[in-house]
Design a protein around this ligand. Sequence first.
Ligand code: NIG
Ligand code: FE
Length: 409
Amino acid sequence: MNKILIKNIGELLTGRNGSLEILHDKELLLSEGKIESVGKADEFSEEGREVIDAGNSLVTPGLIDPHTHLVFFGTREDEFEMRIKGASYMEIANAGGGIRKSVKMLREASEDDLVKHSLPYLESMLNHGTTTVEVKSGYGLSLKDELKSLRALKRLNEMQKVDLVPTFLGAHEFPDEYRGAHSTDREKYIDLIINEMIPAVVEEGLAEFCDIFTEEGVFTVAESERILTAAADAGLGLKLHAEEFEPIGGAELAAKVNAVSADHLVAVSDEGIRSLKEADVTPVLLPGTTFFLGSDRYAPARKMIDAGLRPAVATDFNPGSSMTESLQIILTIACLKLKLTPLEAFEAVTLNAAKALNRSNSIGSLEPGMKSDIVIWNADNHKQIPYHYGVNNVRMVIKGGEMVFSFSG
Ligand code: NIG
Ligand code: FE
C-alpha cells in the first residue's frame, strides 16, 4: 500500500486524552492504512508519496455512527404524515404500524433483497463522511428472519467500504404471533430469544453486541435483565434503548449489567445519569429522532456532561423514527437542541462514538497508529459543518488509507 501525504491542512481535529484538540497548519503521513505521523506544515518530503492537497481546509477523523437500524426493507412515509397530523409514535406502533410494519415487510424479503436494499444507504453514509456504522437487526423477530438480517449484514460488511459493527436486536418488539391474549406469550418470545436466537447468532459469529428496547409497553426492566444477562453469558457486549419515552429504570439497568452504551435517554432521571457515570456507560444520544418524531423533549445532554459523562451522538437511521444517513444534519440538531458546542458535537461522532463501540484503540482520532479513516471537508474550520446545514460538506473521504469518495459537484 502507498504512503500518502495529506498537505496543507488548515485545521486538524485529533484526539488527546479523551478530547479533540484543534491543531493548525499540519500535515498527515499515512501508511499501511494507518496514521504514521502528524507533522507541521512542510515537514515531510513528497518523494515517493501520493500527495493530497487539503487546500487549507478542515480535516477530521472519519465520522462514526454508533446506532442505526440500517437493515430494513421498505419505507414508512405514511407514518411521517400521520405524525404531522397529530398521531404519536407510540399510537402508531400500537395500531400495528411502527416496528411491526417493518417486520412484515422484512419477512417478505430475501437475504439478497436486503443486501440490495441496504447498499445505496451505505454508499450515501460514506459520501457524507461516515466510515464506521453500528447496525442492528430487529425487524425480523423470528430466528430465521433475524439470522437473515445479520447474514445480509455480514455480506454487506465484506462487499463495500464502510466498516459495519453488527448488533443483534431480537428484543426490539414482540412480534404479532406472540401478542395473543395469553400472558405466557411474552414468556415464550423471551425464551425463544434466550434459548434459540442468541445461541444461533453467537454460534455463527454474526453479532458483536446485543441490544434491547427497554420501554413502557415493550420490554420491562426485569425482562431486559434476563435477556441481557443471557447475551453477556454468551459473550456479546451489551447496549440498551433506554428511557426514550418513560424513565422506567433502563439507565440503572445499563449500569447494573455493565452495558457499553445506553441509547436515547430522553427521559433519563438524575439517578439514572449518576448510575451511568459510576459504571462508565457511554450515553448515545439520538437528537435526530426527537426532531423527526416532532417532539420538543430532547435528552438532557448538558446535565450528562456536567455529571462527567461524554455523550456520543448517532443518526438512529431507520424507516420510522429517523430517516437520514447524514451525521452532518445530526451535528446541527445536536448543537441547536442538545446545546453541544460544535467541538463537543464532533467529539460525539468521533472519540465518544468509538468508545460506544469498544473501538477507542483504532478509530475516532488521528493519532499515530490509528486507522487512516479521514474526512477532508469543504470548510475552513469545524464550526462551519453544523452551521452550513442540510447540504453535504464533504470534499473527500479516505478509508483505511484509500480515497473512496471525492466530491465532484
Ligand atoms: O431507535 N425505539 C425503537 N427503535 C427505533 C425505531 C424503529 C422504528 O420505528 O422502526 C429507534 O428509534
Ligand atoms: Fe434505535
